[in-house]
Design a protein around this ligand. Structure first.
Ligand SMILES: Cc1ncc(COP(=O)(O)O)c(C=O)c1O
Length: 194
């Protein structure tokens, strides 16, 4: 049999994890681990957290998916809940499945709304692996094999206000910044810089 394998783009640790509960995961030999990785933070509220699993299962048993152009009660509830916690001036949202899609959408919205092309990103930033997100991601080893990417991206130094003043101008469509850089080494943006 031709055993199909996943493309070799990730380093392998020789570990097989078969289940998880909240902050712990178990391997195929029954060893228990504290999960400090949580799939790059995606499962940071815990594995199999009953508060997450229950509503998801309820929804899956009720309605699998429905396009944006058709109204839906579950989406209405999320919008209502978000309205309670978001600052007043943030009055529109756009639901996406992944981080990189959210970045793609933000880049597109900024271009369309501003009719400008220049985008400011920061050294050591990570915004995802699709072509747009990659264009605003710093590490050359991620970006270079896929060039040419989106043009007119300028990288400024993170937490350097003078740099930002120098590069943001009349042609700038967007500035994209992580409040805390993850991949870049857990660098916290100062209030003044943000
Ligand atoms: C700051 C930041 N933005 C975007 C992404 C991309 O998110 P996703 O992996 O969900 O596409 C990541 C992923 O690690 C991230 O750390």
């Amino acid at each position: 049999m031709n055993q199909v394998k996943i493309i070799n783009v990730y380093r392998k640790y020789g570990l097989k994890i078969v289940k998880g509960y909240m902050q712990y995961v178990w391997d195929d030999k029954g060893n228990k681990y504290l999960d400090c990785h949580t799939n790059y933070g995606a499962a940071f509220l815990g594995h199999c957290n009953p508060k997450i699993v229950k509503p998801i299962v309820e929804q899956l048993n009720k309605l699998m998916m429905i396009p944006y152009s058709i109204n839906n009660d579950a989406r209405d509830k999320v919008l209502k809940d978000l309205s309670k916690i978001l600052p007043k001036k943030l009055s529109y949202v756009f639901f996406q499945s992944t981080g990189t899609e959210a970045v793609e959408a933000a880049l597109k919205f900024s271009r369309k709304a501003s009719k400008k092309k220049k985008i400011i990103a920061f050294e050591n930033a990570f915004h995802g692996r699709t072509m747009g997100s990659l264009s605003v991601t710093w590490k050359p080893k991620y970006r270079e094999p896929y060039q040419p990417l989106i043009p007119r991206v300028v990288f400024a130094r993170f937490n350097n206000v003078e740099d930002v003043d120098k590069v943001v101008d009349e042609e700038t469509a967007a500035v994209i910044v992580e409040p805390i850089q993850g991949e870049g080494g857990i660098n916290v943006a100062t209030r003044e810089f943000l």
